[in-house]
Structure formats: structure tokens, C-alpha cells
Design a protein around this ligand. Sequence first.
Ligand code: URA
Length: 280
Amino acid sequence: MTTARDQAARELLAFYREAGIDALLEETPLDRFAGEGATTAPAPRTDSARPPPERRAGATGGALSAREREVVGRPALALPPEAAVMAAREAAKIAATLAQLRAMLERFEGCALRTTATQLVFADGNPQARVMFVGEAPGRDEDIEGLPFVGRSGKLLDRMMAAIGLDRSSAYIANVVPWRPPGNRTPTPQESAVCLPFTLRQIELADPDILVCLGSPSTQTLLNSKDGILKTRGRWLPFHTGTREIRAIATLHPAYLLRQPVQKRFAWRDFLAIKKALAT
Ligand code: URA
């Protein structure tokens, strides 16, 4: 028998879902209707339901030195934002390979998104490829699978790449933020800033000839652009990887193209420019 209380709970959950809230921050519910002093404080999170990072899908194992463990293992969640960015810079700098960078990220405590995401979404494709695509952040499907661009927009990206002769064996794919923001919201500037040193190092270590920024957040973060994506897209810009200068181009995000299919003609032009650049 459904009671009024069950019904109210169902309606509340439906409201949350509608509002994009689909992640629990605490495993123990907090009764906010209980009077002052009568609150049942949530039990401290033990993470018993989550395997330790090195056992989560996609982890590369504990190949970190004592120094690396010291850098990433600091409880940076408690650090002020600038200190978290500094910790990220220090950690990213030490990683000498993509595998080490991934291992660093698996253990990095400085971005709160890791506590709501299922797992790290580091990259997919071929890190030796000449072209690297960078999106915004994983969505629900990516969070489940641990790979970038596997959902609806990923399927479209695959078709766009195929149209210029690319697939995941000839392209490397990552995101500016490697953990899914709850409810697929846009990452905050602080979250992007903390993750950026890792993404920049990922680009430097993958060392592509061509960098493609998918959508506005990726373009604004990586290409330092304040303009809207419709203005920035389709123009080649120099990008310093830290080791050398390569060519970068911004294009429209596949998720945007799913909502605005009429804009696909612009993305098509950008992809033809990428094809031409790869032919030289
Ligand atoms: N959107 C992104 O920006 N990245 C993904 O991995 C998936 C969707």
C-alpha cells in the first residue's frame, strides 16, 4: 500500500531528477526536518562501497614513487583553491608518462568531483595519434564506462571523425575535466582550474601535431579565449605544449550539434580543415 509519505518521497525524487540531481553526496541520509540537536549526523564516509583507487576500472596500478605519492596524497580537499591548483601543478609536472599521469590523477585529492564521480575518465584512443580531441567533462555514460565520448555525443563524434577518415585508433580523446560533474552540470571555473595542469601535461605527453577543442569550455580553458565558440571556431591558433608549438582549432561540441543540427555545416568545415592539416 502506498502511503502519503511514500508518495511525497516519490514526488521529491522526481523533482530532484528533473532538476538534474542524480548523485548522492553522502551515503547516510540527513533528516533536515529533525529538530535542532536531534540531527543524526551522517556517519563519516568510509568509502567502503568504493574500491580503493588502484582497484577501480582503468587504474594503472601503483607505479608512483614516494615523492609522487606525497604530492598527490595530500588532503587537498581541505586546501584553499589556489593551493589545490598548486598541488595539481606540482603533481602533473612530476608525471613522466601518460600512465604515470593517470596514476597521479587516480590518487589526486584536490578536486571534489572525484567524490561524486564513479571513476576517473582519463582518455580513449591512440596516444600516438597526430590529432587530439579535448572535450569538456564526462557525462553519465562516460562516468559508467570510464571512457570519454561513449554516449550520444560520442557516437556523433565518432561519425564526424569517420567522415574525415579518423577513428579511435588514429585519434586521442580526453576532456579538460576528467570526472563527471553531478547532473552533467558545467564544471565550475575552480574545477577546471584544478584539472587544467593535468590536461596540459596530458597534451604535452601525448604530443599531438593538432589539438581540437570541442565546445566552448574546452576552447576557453585551453586556448585562453573569452569569445564565444561561434566566433572562435574554425580558426587555427598556435598552442604551446610546453615542449613545442602545435596547431589548435576549436569546433562545435557534438552535444551542441545534437541540439542544433543546423550548425553541423560549420563543424563540417572545421573537420575538413583538420583533414587538410593532417594531410600535410
Ligand atoms: N561531453 C564531453 O565533453 N566529454 C565527454 O566525454 C562526453 C560528453
